[in-house]
Design a protein around this ligand. Structure first.
Ligand code: HEC
Ligand code: HEC
Ligand code: HEC
Length: 465
């Protein structure tokens, strides 16, 4: 254990983001502002390889057409962006165009970053030039073969789906807090990259609320985590969450009714927990202010599952037997969990969200509820891939999706579980809409298995947190 924490400490030192030490001439408050903007945009999550140097790039992002690597954005003049002028940097962030004039893959969320005002881009630039340590780490070539490797068609894609968004302007008469939230969600926070479904060409189906109910209505699996709807539906979305719930979830990763996991654990650990209370409240207020969407149902607690688990009379449902033996100790017989430790499974949107991939993933491989500044304990859920058969994992998944009044659609099979376990393929059954997976289709590391654990190595002793 002692060695392990030493190991963590070393990693943390290696990965720590040095700030003011490198600031020589530039205005310190501008650099600080830029550092904050980098938290809004979560630049570090994508631009740092697993256990790599902060911002030195090299993170593998698998897309349907091949592997893309994030690039070195430290101020190293040979390998990083040390030679970028403010104009070059602005063009990369707003237009997705590199210094050499080629178009970036949309794995870099420039459609959203385009909403940033000039002052924030300037501050970000100062931070990257003077607040980040240069690292001489060469970029990796993209692993995409010709003809898909040609970058020029990307500019056509961009023209079709992204256009040239302008810096954010609040609608006339808008509540300034709601407007700030809208800016953070659609702009630097790029929440829709995961929470909005994608169309045939991997474009997000809506970039703003003007796109209708599809906007933030839940995404396709990304590295086998499914981002649920952030709209008003009470069953699959945030309809049952208060603004305070959303605020606390983004700040600490846990509320009585939920615990952050999967890809969202990284978002909370590296980005949202570092935002100001005002900004988090603005996000919460904005999400609660989006137009109502059609409701998929109402929740009504049903005690039959609880009785089966409590009494051991589980012959009618093999999943209940697995639940009783393996899960009820933490998640409780009635699926209510333990507040801020073991999330409830009854009436939890992520349990009934249309695509059950996240559930099979977390039950198979487990998860770590990351420690955050305000909730410093990290709590783990063990993976059951070694203890349970594919059939048992399928059974228990189906049991929690239908138990206690949950109405998850469809049935997970043993072969779905086997595929996910062996090839990393998300659960996709006819009738389930798990196709258009997007640029982040399979196993992008930023939000991947290994990666999900890495906030642990960056937290605690790490200044970066
Ligand atoms: C979701 C992942 C992701 C996030 C978040 C992200 N980037 Fe990127 N970024 C990428 C990828 C991938 C590339 C390389 C794309 C390519 O090769 O076409 C890239 C490229 C860049 C480039 C071009 C560098 C070069 O190689 O010339 C700059 C500059 C950049 N990002 C800055 C930022 C900043 C600043 C932020 C935070 C505000 C940020 N990125 C957030 C994924 C991301
Ligand atoms: C990398 C992909 C990704 C990004 C980017 C992302 N999310 Fe998530 N989000 C997820 C996943 C996966 C879940 C489901 C796991 C969980 O509930 O923790 C989730 C869950 C949530 C939940 C809890 C919903 C529920 O029903 O349990 C909220 C609230 C949320 N995200 C808000 C946001 C906001 C606000 C942003 C932008 C600042 C954002 N997310 C950006 C992937 C993402
Ligand atoms: C030792 C306690 C423990 C056991 C046993 C356990 N879990 Fe968990 N479970 C957790 C913790 C802690 C989390 C939060 C994980 C995270 O944040 O990554 C969690 C998360 C989940 C989630 C995601 C829900 C959410 O909102 O975060 C599901 C679904 C789940 N568990 C199902 C199960 C099932 C099914 C079993 C039995 C096969 C099981 N768990 C056994 C502790 C446990």
């Amino acid at each position: 254990m002692r060695n392990f924490s030493k190991f963590l400490a070393c990693l943390a030192i290696g990965a720590a983001m040095p700030v003011v030490a490198y600031a020589q001439s530039a205005d310190d408050s501008l650099i600080k502002r830029g550092e904050y903007v980098s938290r809004e945009g979560d630049c570090i999550a994508c631009h740092t390889a697993l256990h790599g140097k902060a911002y030195a790039g090299g993170l593998e992002i698998k897309s349907p057409i091949g592997v893309i690597y994030s690039t070195n954005i430290t101020p190293d003049s040979k390998y990083g962006i040390g030679n970028y002028t403010l104009a070059d940097f602005t063009r990369a962030l707003r237009d997705g165009v590199r210094k050499d004039g080629s178009t970036l893959y949309p794995a870099m969320p420039y459609a959203e970053f385009a909403l940033m005002p000039d002052e924030d881009i300037k501050a970000l630039y100062e931070y990257f030039m003077h607040g980040v340590q240069p690292e001489a780490v060469p970029n990796k070539p993209v692993g995409i073969s010709w003809p898909m490797s040609m970058r020029w068609p990307l500019s056509i894609w961009k023209a079709m789906f992204v256009g040239s968004p302008k810096p954010y302007q609040a609608a006339a008469g808008a509540d300034p807090v709601v407007a700030r939230g809208e800016y953070l969600v659609n702009g630097p926070g790029h929440c829709g990259e995961c929470h909005t479904p994608r169309g045939f060409a991997m474009q997000q189906k809506a970039l703003t609320a003007a796109g209708g109910p599809v906007y933030l209505s839940g995404g396709a699996p990304i590295d086998n985590w499914v981002a649920p709807s952030l709209r008003s539906d009470p069953i699959q979305g945030l309809g049952g969450w208060s603004e305070e719930d959303i605020f606390t979830f983004l700040k600490t990763g846990r509320i009585d009714r939920s615990a952050v996991f999967g890809g969202m654990a990284d978002v909370v650990a590296w980005s949202t927990q570092h935002l100001s209370d005002d900004d988090l409240r603005a996000i919460a207020k904005y999400l609660k202010s989006t137009a109502e969407v059609p409701v998929t149902g109402t929740y009504q607690y049903d005690s039959r599952a609880t009785q089966m688990v409590a009494s051991g009379q589980t012959t009618s449902d093999p999943g209940a037997a697995v639940y009783r033996a393996q899960c009820s100790i933490c998640h409780k017989d009635d699926g209510s969990g333990v507040a801020r430790m073991f999330p409830p499974l009854a009436n939890n949107p992520v349990v009934v969200t249309e695509n059950p991939t996240s559930l099979v993933n977390v039950i198979s491989f487990g998860g770590v509820l990351p420690a955050t500044n305000l909730a410093p304990s990290s709590v783990a859920m063990p993976g059951f891939v070694k203890t349970l058969s594919d059939q048992q994992i399928a059974d228990v998944t189906n049991f929690i999706r239908k138990g206690w009044g949950n109405h998850g659609v469809g049935t997970v099979s043993a072969s779905d579980v086997r595929k996910l376990r062996q090839t990393g393929a998300p659960v996709s059954t006819s009738g389930w809409n798990a196709t258009s997976a997007g640029w982040f289709a399979q196993l992008p590391q930023p939000y991947g298995h290994d990666w999900t654990f890495s906030p642990q190595t960056h937290s605690g002793v790490d200044e970066a947190q």
